[in-house]
Design a binder for this molecule. Structure first.
Ligand code: RET
Length: 308
């Protein structure tokens, strides 16, 4: 009898792309084949979610598919990022500020996946668009919030690549930015959503609260991984992977479900479909609100019953 395993190991990524630390590094703090397997699993979850979101878009008329497209774009970008991390690519070796004795995190260089930040720099603005468009916020507020969000992600990337204690300076900038974004989500967005109607308000509360809660866990993962070198790259993979599944596919399902009865025109999103004739998005267009010129969204807490 041969000692060959029944199922031959299929994941060859660490062998094909690992062992990449050069310049005399003696030991690496890097993912093992378990970490790689997990990254592949998340890649599959993201790819399947993209197919599901695109599939669901066909159940809506073309002008009403905006939220499906944004959400599918988020999981598509993530699936490519996870393909990269599953392949043990999109990373570089960085000397940790804290040299640890625990064998799981002891070594000369720690593997930092910069591709994670390339993913986030594209997908977090899209997530914010999903949420802040639901609240009917004016576009200057949405753009400004996205700018602050970009500051958060880029300071996180720079901090992860810095070897000295100065990395924590970038971390603090990133945390300030997160508080700013969190405030817009929890306060400004909530007020605007409430002014549109109870169904929009409910959907917003679910996706907004979910997002605000999850986003505050990311700096904890960073502090333990790229920042403090406390947990191994495999554990980092699990921590960020679970957060990303909750923040993207699960978030997307809640959002799409919440939007099932909400006509985009009520959020101030007017899309003409010339194939269908020169009318605004189908559904109930409220002439009274249109005459207001603001679609009924005000800064005050005026809840309009007419649109519900
Ligand atoms: C960093 C480090 C710097 C300080 C802060 C961070 C926050 C990151 C966040 C990332 C969210 C990512 C999402 C990805 C989608 O799947 C960059 C870790 C505050 C909030 C939602």
């Amino acid at each position: 009898m041969s000692n060959q395993p029944v199922l031959k190991r299929m994941n060859d990524a660490i062998h094909a792309n690992g062992d990449h630390f050069v310049n005399g590094a003696t030991s690496d703090i890097a993912i093992t084949s378990h970490g790689s397997d997990w990254y592949w699993t998340v890649c599959a979850v993201m790819a399947l979610s993209s197919i599901a979101f695109i599939g669901l878009s066909f159940t809506k008329p073309r002008p009403d598919r905006l939220f499906h497209y944004i959400t599918a774009a988020i999981t598509m970008v993530a699936s490519i990022a996870y393909f990269t991390m599953g392949s043990d690519l999109g990373e570089t070796g960085i000397r940790p500020e804290f040299i640890r004795t625990n064998p799981k995190v002891s070594g000369t260089l720690r593997e930092i996946f910069y591709v994670r930040y390339i993913d986030w720099v594209i997908t977090t603005p899209l997530l914010l668009m999903d949420i802040l468009l639901t609240a009917g916020l004016p576009w200057p507020t949405i753009l400004y919030t996205i700018l602050i969000d970009e500051i958060m992600i880029i300071t996180g990337l720079v901090g992860a690549l810095v070897t000295s204690s100065y990395k924590w300076g970038y971390y603090v900038f990133g945390c300030f930015a997160l508080f700013w974004v969190g405030w817009t989500l929890i306060w400004t967005g909530r007020k605007h959503a409430a002014a549109i109607g109870p169904d929009v308000s409910k959907t917003y509360l679910i996706v907004g609260t979910w997002t605000a809660f999850l986003w505050f866990l990311y700096p904890i993962a960073w502090g333990l991984s790229e920042g403090g070198n406390v947990i191994s790259p495999d554990s980092e993979a699990v921590f960020y992977g679970i957060l990303d599944i909750l923040a993207k596919p699960v978030f997307g399902a809640l959002l799409i479900w919440g939007h099932r009865g909400i006509e985009p025109g009520r959020l101030g999103i007017h899309i003409r479909d010339y194939e269908e004739g020169p009318s605004y998005t189908q559904g109930t267009h409220n002439p009274e609100k249109a005459a207001n010129g603001n679609n009924g969204v005000t800064d005050g807490a005026t809840t309009s019953g007419a649109n519900v």
